[in-house]
Design a protein around this ligand. Structure first.
Ligand code: XLS
Ligand code: NI
Ligand code: NI
Length: 439
């Protein structure tokens, strides 16, 4: 078997003082942080679509990536090479999971039968590799947005034929993911939304998306798929408005259609940015409502208006994110999937390795800072104190549902005008910095 990344060694933890170029500064898989090792906390995954099928093209430019499988002409042979390369890279990085779309694994055919045959041809190789390495599938997905037939949506398409085609495609993708022992299946509704309301029956489209998701959940039950089913919020791009706008919007949708017990969320950092919400906000909303499923880890750039999907490097944002994950009791059966790509200028295979090392080190450091912050109780104590007026007296009556407006009036007439207390935001920013720097 050929080696696809011969210049890449097994990447080991060597600490921040090491001179080794391809080594972890902070990610030490076996290091105990609280009750789990770093590896158990973080459950990293590589995104097949960015690492192996992405070619560096953008809306203005041609592909730039140099990849070891570039010269392979036959699409099925190329698909096999990418799969071999996936397992090699994950093994070298010490990553246990990968995520894919059906069309990343095997090329699309002219018909659904051909596409399914391509998948059937490649699945045994993937299974063999899974058995050999112990590397597994964090989640599978169906690509319901790239091909022209899905230009205006899949489950929300104005065409029933397109809806049906999407159903047939998801059926197979779910079955393949089940066969590969996937721990999840994610539906990112890439084009489920609209460009203009002038031509859109929004009520029917949303009802249809719910009908589609019900069919997916039913089929998952029928085939005995035990992984979690997830939706991935994203507010826009490529559509002007996407129905899966953000965590709270999806939550309302799931509740309306009685699907909230069946789906969790795969929260992506850059999608939170596009929705003008802090990443930690999306995580907190999801965890408070018991729908935090998994994470698509990356980072956006406010100065570039699209989903730039950079490898994460911001310690502040990720410490706040890890704080939410720790409060959630962890992220399993989800994980931290690097839905991230190297810049199109970083076209060498080794850049892929640098990208993942940077992301893994960022999350590892953020985990340690968040763990220390949580253990100290400093933030929690401050917040508890800030809301302590609800622990007794009229506050207690309010939270226990024992006060009505007349009680509030009576209380207010008997008491002085209330004085709010300082929120101490500046002091808390310094506190957070201290944990990031010293944890
Ligand atoms: C695109 C999405 C996509 C999903 C998987 O913006 O992030 O990559 O994660 O379909
Ligand atoms: Ni994503
Ligand atoms: Ni994205």
């Amino acid at each position: 078997m050929s080696e696809y990344f011969p210049e890449v060694p097994h990447v080991e933890y060597e600490g921040p003082d090491s001179d080794t170029e391809l080594a972890f500064d902070y990610y030490d898989p076996d290091k105990q942080v609280g009750d789990k090792t770093m590896k158990e906390h973080l459950r990293f995954a590589v995104s097949f679509w960015h690492a192996f099928t992405g070619d560096g093209s953008d809306p203005f430019g041609a592909p730039t990536m140099q990849r070891p499988w570039d010269d392979i002409e036959d699409p099925m042979e190329k698909a096999e090479a990418r799969i071999e390369a996936n397992f090699e890279l994950l093994d070298k990085l010490g990553v246990d999971y990968f995520c894919y779309h059906d069309r990343d694994l095997a090329p699309s055919g002219d018909t659904i039968e051909e596409s399914n045959e391509n998948l059937d041809e490649i699945v045994p190789l993937i299974k063999e590799k899974i058995d050999e390495t112990g590397i597994g599938v964090l989640f599978g997905s169906a690509e319901l947005f790239a091909e022209p037939k899905y230009a205006v949506g899949a489950a929300s398409s104005p065409s029933a034929d397109v809806f049906a085609h999407a159903g047939a495609q998801v059926k197979k993708a779910l079955e393949v993911t089940n066969e590969l022992g996937g721990e999840g299946f994610c539906l990112w509704g890439g084009r489920e939304g609209y460009k203009t309301l002038l031509n859109t029956d929004m009520g029917l489209e949303q009802d249809n998306v719910a009908r589609f998701l019900t069919m997916v959940a039913d089929h998952a039950d029928e085939i005995g798929f035990e992984g979690q089913l997830m939706l991935e919020p994203k507010p826009k791009e490529p559509m002007k408005f996407q129905y899966d706008h953000d965590a709270a919007t999806i939550h309302a949708f799931l509740q309306k259609y009685d699907l909230d017990d069946r789906f969790t969320l795969n929260i992506e950092t850059n999608h939170a940015t596009l929705a003008d919400r802090p990443f930690a906000h999306e995580l907190r909303y999801a965890r408070l409502n018991d729908i935090l499923g998994s994470i698509d880890a990356n980072q956006g750039d406010k100065l570039v208006g699209w989903d730039t999907d950079e490898f994460p490097f911001s310690l502040r944002d990720h410490t706040l994110a890890m704080y939410e994950i720790l409060q959630n009791g962890g992220i399993a059966p989800g994980g931290i999937n690097f839905d991230a790509k190297v810049r199109r200028e970083s076209f060498e295979p080794v850049d892929l390795v640098h990208g993942h090392i940077t992301g893994m080190d960022t999350y590892a450091r953020a985990l340690e800072a968040a763990h220390a912050l949580k253990e100290s109780g400093e933030l929690e104590e401050f917040v508890d104190e800030r809301y302590s007026s609800y622990d007794e007296g009229i506050g207690q009556q309010i939270v226990e549902g024992e006060a009505d407006l007349a009680d509030l009036e009576e209380y207010t007439l008997d008491n002085d005008v209330p004085h709010p207390e300082s929120g101490r935001e500046e002091k808390l920013n310094a506190l957070l910095n201290r944990y990031i720097l010293e944890a």
